[in-house]
Structures are given as structure tokens and as C-alpha cells.
Design a protein around this ligand. Sequence first.
Ligand code: NAD
Length: 697
Amino acid sequence: MTQARYFQHGDIAVITMENPPVNGLGFELRKGIVDGLRRAQAEASVKAIVLTGAGKAFSGGADIREFNTPSALAEPNLLTVIRELERSTKPVVAAIHSIAMGGGLELALGCHYRVAAPGAQIALPEVKLGLLPGAGGTQRLPRVVPLELALNMIVGGNPVKSEKFAGTDLFDEMIDGDLMEGAIAFARKVVAENRGLPKVRDRKVDYPDAEAFLQYARNTVAAVAPQFPAPRRCVDAVAAAALKPIDEGLKTEFSYLLELIQTPESQALRHAFFAERAASKIPDVPADTPVRPIETAAVIGAGTMGGGIAMNFVNAGIPVFLLETKQEALEKGLATIRRNYENSAKKGRMTAEAVEKRMAMVHPTLSYDDLKDADIVVEAVFEDMNVKKVVFQTLDKMMKKGAILATNTSTLDVDQIAAFTRRPQDVIGTHFFSPANVMKLLEVVRGAKTAKDVLATTMALSKRIRKTGVVSGVCDGFIGNRMIAQYTRQAGFMLDEGATPAQVDRAVERFGFAMGPFRMSDLAGNDVGWYIRKRHYVENPEIKYSATADRICELGRFGQKTGAGWYRYEAGSRKAIPDPIVDELLARHREEIGAKPRKISDQEIVHRLVFALVNEGAQILDEGIALRASDIDLIYLTGYGFPLHRGGPMLYADMVGLYNVVGEMERFAANPMADPGFWKPAPLLARLAAENKGFNG
Ligand code: NAD
């Protein structure tokens, strides 16, 4: 069935794109537009054509369902459709509303005229996928809007509201009332006034000394996003628009697109984009699973995490009860929340009035009676099973039927916590990351008995509070921390072998991590890992660790909060300064274990750390703790500072090639200092490597 409806209003043909949700320009729609255009040319009574979109968009651009399929390139492709629009012998008016993005905007730029409703989002967002607009966007936009504005839109990818284009030539008219009526009236005016068939391609970019301006833009882009080639190519393409004839410019643009599609950076960004969409799909929980209404929430514990979690609810308009055992702790928690909001107000991100409004939505209490009617309660008390037990037994007794009982535990067994209640089906893990009001990631931990609608509700809630929800099964550390434990162990072994914390951190940060393992540990508090290790020494005595981290902790060097850890810190500063005391401690330790220090290359450091993540990730995938490799990548991109341009550990391993990953792991295992078990490839990794496959297919 055609996706472009054709209708004639007297002497005006209206072609309406109909491919929900956003009229993505898939094959059927493209063909429908061309068919409609031809029909309008053939029909003598038609004097002009209006092109518009049904529903929630003019057009959102390419149909992402077609990505990586032959239909994406099938003729008529978008370039052909735009050529047909330009060649139409009758004027074509684009009637734009709601969304005109990417290919949707390029399509409109191929029309002879454009009218728009206010409030429409206009964008060329391809750069966010590491690409550039490949159907003339970089060539035509600078011909109708000032060069700086066009460049900002193409390099930044962000939407601009239609009314902001007043005074430019992008829109011939803004239409306040009924868009279709206005567009048809405009088309009739064009015909009556014989205004002809103007084409954007025939215009010139109007900017004196464009070359100097573009060189300045190139320098800026190189400084802001040095890892990404796309923004640079966007500038180059706009330079072609300014300096070359249009057909040469179009060719240049297309050649850059083909080049960018191949770059690992674009592959990484596209992977992250699709990972985000895939994460909300749970194979045995259909999208139409009914969700429980969430109108009020409660948080138990107003400490580091509880306060941030409460802010998330309030920011999404959900009032929240905040419970503590002591008035003092409650007040301290509230004061922190207020300080956070006031800091935002100071930075101009919210008004003083909004601060008060949000604070009024936090209801502090010492009594469970006040929160028993909440739809969801998130527990964020001390990480101690006995404390959690009392809290969950109380929640079970007090909370209304059907309330979701969530725990923010980072290391404890969610199934055991669920078993403290008589309603384990209502219990789920919501593992927020610190600072909870800032970090995007939310690991949603599905217990053995968690009900499907509880999972569906929590995943939907994660979107409402603007988090990236990723499902994890129950295991020690869930997906993210279970993997990071191997990475941290490996980082410790490198100290045993001769590396310094600064060398390891530098190598990993050059690879693109926001922070190396030792700076990260100093930030989070070295005592946190110590506490977990001590439990492991009892529960899993066979697991080998470098003893260096314990030695650091024994000196009370817990990191930034104590002014010293793997580095030293000057009062009030977060700058990590290498400390000779640590060097001495490491040297002594190496002597004690009889290690001969050697120089470890940056490449070895990075691959030992990343492949430690990959091997554990493979095991997690095989056990079904993670639903898909891209979920693991998403967790690392949104919660652990893994470099976005590398797409996450699993995609990185795919790009290196699993065969090569296993080969390197074998070389690492041959190191006489290596823990022999560490580098044994997980069965899934070994199998995929042997079959020449990747985690992502
Ligand atoms: P915290 O010590 O800062 O806060 C815990 C708060 O709970 C304190 O204010 C305490 O007074 C209160 N509390 C203790 N027992 C209580 C009870 N019975 N009833 C009500 N309140 C009680 O700890 P935190 O760092 O916020 O951690 C809370 C939970 O979140 C833990 O399970 C922890 O593992 C988890 N978590 C922490 C982080 C992190 O980075 N800090 C990250 C993810 C998850």
C-alpha cells in the first residue's frame, strides 16, 4: 500500500506522507511521493502541489527500520526524490509542522517553496550518528539561512524551532492557523502571482570571506570533538557549499558520507543509538504488558544515593516521601537536596521559585505510616543484609497491595531481599549510579520472581525519570560492577608487574575513558572496594588479587575524601598528584612478592583492562544475565565512562575481531606473572572467535 496519500483540492494536489510514527522516508514512501508527483504533472487541472506529513511529523528523515537493508538504497532513493521535486513543472510547496529532520528537511529543501507552522523542530541531526546529511542538506541549508546558523545546525545536530528562522529564506511564510488551509492558499497565491519554480540549488551562499570563517570553525571543531571525524567533515562539506558550484558540492558531500559510514566512530555512535532502543525490549515481556500506575514514590534512606534518587522522582513531577530513622539524618539529606537545586539555580538552570516547588514535593518523614500508599518505594539504606531485612519486612507489612518494592543495593542478592517479603513478585532491583540525580544509567535487576508487569513498569519509569534503563539478572555486582571487578583486578596486577597508577590511568584515559581505574577508585572511595574484597576473601578465597589496594587502605588512604589514596590531593582540590609514598609502597610490595618490575606498553595496559571487561561480559551474556551484547555496551557507555567513540567494550572487541582478542588473551596468559585462570576465554567468546563471529552478529 502506498504511504503517500494523493488528494486534489480543486487546482491543488496534496501529497501526504503517511508512515507512522514520524513519516520515515522508507522505500514505499519515497516511491509514493514520486508517483504522486508524476500524477500531479499529468493532471491538467493541477496547478501546484503541496507536500506534507500526516500525524506527528512532516518527516523525521530516514526510516531507521530500513537501516542496513537493501531497501535503504533502492530507487527512488532520497536524492532521486529530491531531483524529481526540483524538476517538477508545477510549483511544489512543503507544508512543515512538528518535525522536519534529516532527510525530512532535505526533502523540504528540494521543494520550490516552504511554509511552516510555529513550534516545528527543524534539524539535521546526522552528525550525532557520526555522519552528515547526504541528500544535499549541507549544500542547500547554507543557501537559505545564514552560514553560521547552517553550520551550527549541521555540526551540532540540535533542533531549532521553526519560528527562529524568521528573516531567513528557509520559510516563505509562517502559518499560524490551520496549516493545510494556509499552505493551499499560499500555493494558489504562487500560481496567481506566477512566481515560478525557484530552486534552492540556484542560490548562492552569501558570506564574505567564507574561507576564513570556515577555517576558524575547523579549528574550533578539532578542539571540541577531536575523536570524531564527522564534525570536521561537516565543516568541509559546508565549505564546499560556500566555495564550489552546487553539483560539485553535492558530490563532495556524498563522498564524505560514504567515507564517514565506514569510520569506527560512526559505527560506534550508530551502535549506541540502536543499543538504547534495543534495551527497552525484553523478549518475554511484550511491549503491551500493562504497567502499574506510578503517581507517588517513596525513598528509604536519605544518604548519598537516597537524596539523588528522590530528586529524580521530583524532577519528573512525581512527589516523593523520604524516610530516615533519625531527624538529624533526614535534615542532612534534605539540606543536600536543597543545595543541589540551589546550585542549579545559581547556574541559571532553574528559577528560585522552581527550587521551592521541587522542595515542596519532597515529604520528609520518620514514619512508614506516611508512605504506605506510595506506588513505588526505593530502598537506599546501608549495604548490610540485616538492615535491608528489617526494612523489607517492614515494607511488606506496611505498603499497600501492588506497590513496587525496589532496592538500590549494589552487591547484595535481590532474590534474598525479595524472600524477606511475602510478595517477591513485587520486588525488583533499581541500581542507580552515583551521583544518582546526574548519572544516566539505571540497572534494572530482575529477580527470579519479579512479575513481568513490575519489570515493565520499572523500565517505563526509567524513561520517565530520564534514565537509560538496562535489564540485568541477579548475580554478584550485576552486569556493570561484576565486569569492573575484573578490570580492577587486572589494574592491580599491572602494579605488581611494574606499572604506576599514573601510567595505567594515563593509558586508559588516552584510549578515551573519562577516568582511569586508580583515579576512579580515589573518587569513589578505596574503602568501598576493600569492603567488597574482604567479603570475597571469605566467600571466594580462590580469587587472586594484587595486595596493593589493601596496603593503600591499611594506611587510611581512602582517596579524595581523606586527601590521599593512589594519589595525593591538596586541600579543596581534586587534582590527582602522584605520590612518592605510593611508589615506595609499590616497590616494597614487588620485592616482597619477588616481582621484577618491567615496562608495560600503553597498548598492553589498555587491552588487558578492556579484554578483562570483555571476557567477563561474554560470561554474563552466556549466563543470560545480560539480554544482549549491546546492553552491556550501553551500561559501560552511560555508567562507566567508556569512550563513546569506541561504542562499548563488546563492540570494541568485535571491531578488533574476537579471533584477535583471544589471541592477545593467550599472550597475556603466557606472562609468568599472570593468574593462569584469568585469561581463559569464556566459552561464548571462544566459540564466537572460532566461528569468526562477533558478539553483535
Ligand atoms: P549512605 O550511607 O550514604 O546512606 C544510607 C542512609 O540510609 C543513611 O542516611 C542512613 O541514615 C539511612 N538508613 C540506614 N538504615 C536505615 C533504616 N533502617 N531506615 C531508614 N534509613 C536508614 O549510603 P549510600 O551510599 O547512599 O548507599 C545506599 C545504598 O545504595 C546501598 O545499598 C549502596 O550499596 C547502594 N549504592 C551506593 C552507591 C554509591 O556510589 N554510594 C551506588 C549504587 C548503589
